[in-house]
Design a protein around this ligand. Structure first.
Ligand code: GYE
Length: 332
């Protein structure tokens, strides 16, 4: 029965994007926390834009399985309207709990009010929504992106002599921003600007979105390089954009990590390898392994227990030697 509802809902509302249902309905009926004690979670993912996102999806799918939670999973391919449709479909299916990672910060109040009216609790993972009404979700689990940006900027301040690659006393930084309007793009940019304001010789001379993708990072870096101004430092707001930019830098005959110092955020495997190889100089970690905590929060919410409204992820930073040491045991 559930399957029928799911197929009908996906045909009507989700035909425009990939819809992956990962649950099973072998019991033949809808499973709710209230009737037979089992839990169905609808999860609306951002997309598959980066190594971070792939690791995050894997963590959520695996930990749902481990926790015995029936997971309905959708990939919004980076589009807010797809995420809203997915959430509406989960409301129609009467899932027990909805979790999602909002593509952008604004524009969620209407659909979150619909979930609230239907009595379905919502948990935010990874990214925040910009809403004054905090009753629209039970908890927000994820990193402090402002702090991540500050750590990246602090590295430039602490390594100013090294970062001034042409030794002219001015440190020209170019920035590859994440998806426009997304919490990590807004907050990392803010944290970075805040930290570098401590040293007036450090200036962001160009800043543009690369949409958190490798291709985006490569293309925007090519245009930065073509501008002709000397670039001392690249701050890429995620590893993937940094990795794309490295290709552009090498194609321009420059040596990444030497001619242009590179700082990124995430610390996914490919980023850590590039750091270990000396092509990236510093990475601020952002953990995608949010699945186990998310399942735990969902169970607590459905058991009527109090949960913290904001649950912060713990994370560190890596320089070259630390990356080399951490790489063999890295989970993502
Ligand atoms: O840094 C980036 C991904 O929201 C923290 O999204 C996440 C960011 C992550 O695409 O790689």
């Amino acid at each position: 029965m559930l399957k029928k509802t799911l197929i009908a809902a996906s045909a009507i509302t989700l035909s425009a994007f990939a819809f992956t249902a990962c649950g099973s309905d072998s019991e033949g009926g809808s499973s709710t926390a209230s009737d037979d004690g089992s839990i169905t979670m609808g999860f609306a993912q951002v997309g598959a834009e980066s190594g971070w996102r792939t690791a995050n999806t894997k963590s959520i799918q695996e930990s749902a399985k481990d926790a015995g939670i029936d997971l309905k999973f959708t990939d919004a391919q980076g589009k807010q309207e797809n995420q809203i449709q997915a959430i509406r479909s989960y409301i129609q299916q009467k899932v027990d709990v909805i979790a999602f990672s909002p593509v952008v910060e604004t524009g969620w109040d209407a659909v979150l009010n619909e979930a609230k009216a239907a009595g379905i609790p919502v948990i935010l993972t990874d990214r925040a929504v910009d809403s004054k009404d905090t009753s629209l979700y039970k908890s927000f689990l994820g990193s402090d992106f402002v702090v991540e940006g500050q750590k990246a900027g602090q590295w430039v301040v602490d390594n100013a002599a090294d970062a001034d690659t042409d030794g002219d006393g001015a440190i020209n930084v170019v920035q590859l921003e994440g998806t426009t309007g997304a919490a990590p793009a807004i907050d990392r940019g803010e944290g970075f600007a805040d930290a570098i304001s401590a040293d007036p010789s450090i200036k962001v001379v160009a800043s543009q979105t690369g949409d958190f993708t490798r291709d985006g990072g490569k293309q925007v870096m090519e245009s930065f390089l073509q501008s002709g101004d000397h670039i001392d430092v690249l701050f890429a707001q995620n590893d993937d954009m940094g990795l794309g930019a490295i290709e552009a830098i090498e194609a321009a005959g420059l040596t990444p990590g030497k001619d242009i110092k590179i700082i990124t955020v995430d610390a996914v495997h490919d980023g850590m390898q590039a750091l270990s190889d000396g092509k990236i100089n510093f990475i601020v970690e952002c953990s995608p392994l949010l699945g186990p905590q998310l399942m735990d929060i969902a169970k607590k919410v459905l058991d009527g227990e109090d949960v913290e409204p904001r649950i912060l992820t713990e994370e560190t930073t890596f320089d070259q030697a630390q990356a080399t040491e951490a790489l063999p045991d890295r989970q993502y």
